[in-house]
Design a protein around this ligand. Structure first.
Ligand SMILES: [Zn+2]
Length: 127
């Protein structure tokens, strides 16, 4: 399903122009060594299949070729924020939405992410 993404550099574009790398909240492990090989394996290969709100790295392959963080809902396809990776931090879109929301109203972007940890646990148990 193609929908529209507001690239901060190029403007509104269809998702067909983007490559999705995956979860933006994962922390990159330290230098490769015997003690970090399992961490690197998980960082590169293990992905949660998030149902609900998520933040992902998207590459604008068909446009500016910049890496972006797209915060979206995988069920409703609502896009909450598109931020250059250089300025994104976890929760930055929620903080920005809170600044724009009138007093007494709760912004939609404060909805916590719902993950499905059962799949990840099943994979690890199979080692
Ligand atoms: Zn772009």
């Amino acid at each position: 399903m193609a929908y529209l993404i507001d690239c901060p550099h190029c403007g509104r574009r269809t998702t067909d122009e983007f490559y999705i790398r995956g979860d933006a909240s994962k922390q990159r492990p330290g230098a490769i060594g015997d003690d970090t090989m399992a961490q690197w394996h998980d960082y590169v290969n293990i992905r949660d299949n998030v149902r609900g709100r998520t933040a992902e790295h998207w590459h604008h392959t068909g446009g500016c070729r910049q890496w972006l963080v797209v915060e979206r809902d995988t069920l409703s396809h609502e896009v909450y924020a598109v931020t250059p990776t250089s300025t994104w931090t976890p929760g930055s879109a929620a903080k920005a939405a809170a600044r724009k929301t009138p007093a007494g109203k709760t912004p939609v972007s404060r909805t916590p992410a719902r993950k499905t940890p059962a799949r990840k646990s099943a994979r690890r148990a199979g080692k």
